[in-house]
Write a protein that binds this ligand. Structure first.
Ligand code: NAD
Ligand code: ZN
Ligand code: ZN
Length: 367
């Protein structure tokens, strides 16, 4: 069949919206008619080369849609299922899976970088040449073949655009707050970078019972969006931002600081805004070769903890279930994160909007 999709042929772009050939799902695979797909900054990292994705590929890794066909030997998913797509499906058998760290699954985390489905081949072609599956799910496409294990069924009452964001940005931001920040009732939390991931960390911090949630961003427009999603304070990034945090915490610093941009200089600076005994969570991703330096004696004497946070920071499938339930219970207003909706042909407009820093999440809506 044919599908309209967004391809990236070389680092630096441009991305192209073009019609590709999509082969039928094979063993353990399904065909998804995409309903919505978010624009995450990690797609931009693939475009700039910061993520080192294998090319050419179809981009997108934050999506949801309906299963319209299944291949042979598919046992858990049926035609008609509404699903969110999980970019680290777990094998259930490896060292990490059996230790309840399914998001670190050695098979799942390796495969997403290969650009191939489980059998080591691609279902997407252009003029007979294979095109790769970014993160194994390539959600910037009207239709896509994915592994059955990448699909997580969602309730009928969760809109595709909400489920799509739960599939990456929301699971990542909330996971960083809940599972890596381990935020407690009454904590003061700072989230540096109020994009899709950071604003989700703001929502996660509120869910965890934080008393003060301070969003920091260079775009002043984020003041209103972050307060709408639960931030109690907003500080404009730059000189004076860390002092402002120290002044509202009696000079101590915050219990938890979450860096959701991916800047090594910000990671370094914002460690100084963490109180002794507190935690710095790194969720924004710099380039693979970038180094961050810390004064280790300070780290030791102040017993600060620095943690990385990957994807949902827990079993992503289970996180999708829990986050859909939290949305339906009114605890996670994901719909208010969405500030722009575009058809697939206008994907560049949505990417540009993200790069201004003024938007919440932009979403591709499919017919
Ligand atoms: N750890 C993971 O598993 C994981 C998963 C998804 C995304 N990410 C990463 O999280 C980061 C954020 O992604 P996103 O989709 O939220 O991005 P985004 O573009 O939606 O948001 C980034 C925000 O940071 C702000 N910003 C940029 N530079 C700034 C600066 N110097 N000072 C203050 N504010 C600044 C922007 O104004 C914007 O509001 C990216 O690095 C992305 O790759 C990590
Ligand atoms: Zn993402
Ligand atoms: Zn595994």
């Amino acid at each position: 069949m044919k599908t309209l999709a967004v391809t990236l042929d070389s680092v630096g772009g441009p991305v192209q919206v073009e019609t590709l050939d999509l082969n039928e799902p094979l063993d353990g695979e399904v065909l998804v008619k995409m309903g919505a797909s978010g624009i995450c900054h990690s797609d931009q990292h693939a475009i700039t080369g910061q993520h080192g994705a294998e090319l050419p590929c179809v981009l997108g890794h934050e999506g949801a849609g309906e299963v319209v066909a299944v291949g042979p030997d598919v046992n858990t998913i049926r035609v008609g299922d509404r699903v969110a797509l999980n970019w680290v499906p777990s094998c259930g058998l490896c060292f990490y899976c059996i230790r309840e760290q399914k998001h670190l699954c050695s098979e799942g985390t390796q495969r997403i970088w290969s650009g191939y489905l489980a059998d080591g081949t691609s279902r997407i072609t252009r003029n007979g040449e294979p095109i790769l599956h970014y993160c194994g799910i390539s959600t910037w496409s009207e239709h896509m073949v994915v592994s059955e294990v990448s699909c997580r069924p969602i309730p009928d009452s969760v809109p595709f655009e909400v489920a799509a964001l739960i599939g990456c940005g929301v699971a990542t931001g909330v996971g960083a707050a809940l599972h890596r920040g381990e935020i407690s009732e009454g904590d003061t939390v700072v989230v540096v970078g109020a994009g899709g991931v950071g604003l989700s960390a703001v929502m996660g911090a509120r869910m965890a019972g934080a008393e003060k949630v301070i969003a920091v961003d260079r775009a002043p427009e984020k003041k209103y969006l972050s307060s709408d999603l639960g931030a109690t304070d907003f500080i404009i990034a730059g000189d004076g931002a860390i002092d402002a945090v120290l002044s509202v915490t009696d000079g101590r610093g915050a219990d938890v600081v979450i860096e959701a941009i991916g800047s090594t200089s910000l990671q370094q600076e914002w460690l100084t805004a963490v109180r002794p005994g507190g935690t710095l969570v790194l969720v924004g991703v710099p380039s693979a070769s970038d180094l961050t330096s810390f004064v280790s004696a300070d780290l030791i004497r102040s017993e600060k903890t620095i943690k990385g946070s990957y994807y949902a920071a827990t079993d992503a499938g289970r996180a999708i279930d829990e986050l859909c339930a939290a949305y339906l219970d009114g605890l996670l207003p994901v719909d208010r994160l969405i500030s722009k909706r575009v058809p697939i042909k206008n994907v560049q407009e949505a990417i540009d909007a993200m790069l201004t820093g003024t938007e919440g999440r932009s979403v591709i809506i499919y017919d």
